[in-house]
Design a protein. Structure first.
Length: 209
């Protein structure tokens, strides 16, 4: 990247995994991404965070409809679906609503598909919290949800990033989990950024902001 500062706008869409439940706000993945961008002389003028713990795709759609948003953002990230799975909602609801959210994400990017990054759903079946549930079923269902969001992301030619593999490291090392032993720790989010950042650099290298 150029040494002179570049200023961008960024909107992060999702649920607890985007909000950063269980960690300080500065340690969630959107803010860690902003910190990494700063090192590379890219400043985020404003982070718009549309994400809350417990949100399903239905909640996110409602929030998008009621939020005062800018007409175009230079970067959009999307990660949502775990609460659909956790609440045992019909997978077809997820498929329909996730596609609607993808269309909104594209619109928010100014229809610049290279500016939209979709993250896979982490696998919480490996956490201590899930051991009181049905870990095998959770993992199977997370895989099904991720197959859906990956297929839809590819349909719209969006960048899809697999953070699920990183999340499964928590099975062997609790450093990857927050104190609640369910949500990602700052360390896990840091590894997400290691995965995401090369794509961000490529986007900004070819910028027309």
């Amino acid at each position: 990247m150029e040494e002179s500062n570049t200023t961008i706008t960024y909107i992060a869409l999702g649920d607890s995994y985007t909000k950063g439940e269980g960690v300080n706000a500065d340690d969630n993945f959107p803010n860690q991404l902003i910190q990494r961008l700063h090192v590379e002389h890219v400043e985020v003028k404003k982070l718009t965070l549309i994400a809350e713990t417990g949100w399903t795709t239905t909640n996110l759609i409602k929030a998008l409809g009621s939020s005062a948003l800018e007409s175009k953002y230079d970067l959009v990230t999307l990660l949502v679906g775990v609460n659909n799975q956790q609440k045992h909602l019909d997978i077809n609801i997820y498929k329909t609503e996730f596609e609607e959210i993808l269309k909104q994400a594209l619109k928010l990017s100014g229809n610049r598909k290279e500016r939209v990054l979709v993250l896979s759903i982490p696998d919480y079946s490996v956490t201590p919290y899930a051991q009181f549930l049905n870990p095998m079923l959770i993992q199977q269902e997370i895989d099904i949800y991720n197959a859906v969001n990956k297929e839809l992301s590819e349909k719209y030619e969006l960048t899809y990033l697999n953070v699920t593999t990183i999340s499964r490291k928590a099975e062997e090392d609790l450093i990857y989990l927050a104190a609640d032993e369910l949500h990602p720790s700052a360390h896990m989010y840091m590894e997400w950024i290691d995965l995401i950042f090369p794509q961000i650099k490529e986007i900004l290298k070819n910028k027309n902001i």
